[in-house]
Design a protein around this ligand. Structure first.
Ligand code: NI
Length: 144
């Protein structure tokens, strides 16, 4: 079993604020990430797939096929967006998830899984990890 990882970039803004907490609790919980007008990040996204190397092509997957899927399903949706305002899963006045990078990684994983067979009809390779780097000091990895 071999793993291929492709790296992408996108920019988006967010505000961390959980509807179940008071204003003061939110400030304490999220610090400056709770500032009312939000702030942006230049995110790096790494998507890893695993599978067997094809004996004829010597490849695990065609990178261009993965790039097209990630570009269409994820980057086109998230790039230069306000996550709180423009992505339904994160908005909705308390209904949506808080757009932490943990939750963003989960959204990306679910979105890729939902569209996976449009790019890889036989389900191969498999998605094995989504890693989102938010800052130079923070990264989050979701393994499937
Ligand atoms: Ni932030």
């Amino acid at each position: 079993m071999t793993t291929l990882t492709r790296r992408y970039r996108f920019s988006a803004s967010h505000r961390l604020h959980a509807a179940g907490f008071t204003e003061e609790e939110n400030r304490e919980l999220y610090g400056k990430c709770n500032n009312p007008y939000g702030h942006g990040h230049n995110y790096t996204l790494e998507v890893s797939v695993r599978g067997e190397v094809d004996g004829k092509t010597g490849q695990l997957a065609r990178p261009a096929v993965l790039d097209e899927l990630v570009g269409r399903e994820v980057l086109a949706e998230l790039d230069h967006r306000s996550l709180n305002e423009e992505i339904a899963a994160f908005s909705g006045g308390g209904e949506g998830m808080v757009p932490t990078t943990e939750n963003l990684a989960a959204w990306i994983e679910q979105t890729l899984q939902a569209g996976w067979r449009t790019a890889f009809p036989d389900g191969k390779p498999e998605l094995c990890a989504v890693r989102v780097l938010e800052t130079k000091r923070n990264s989050f990895e979701l393994r499937t």
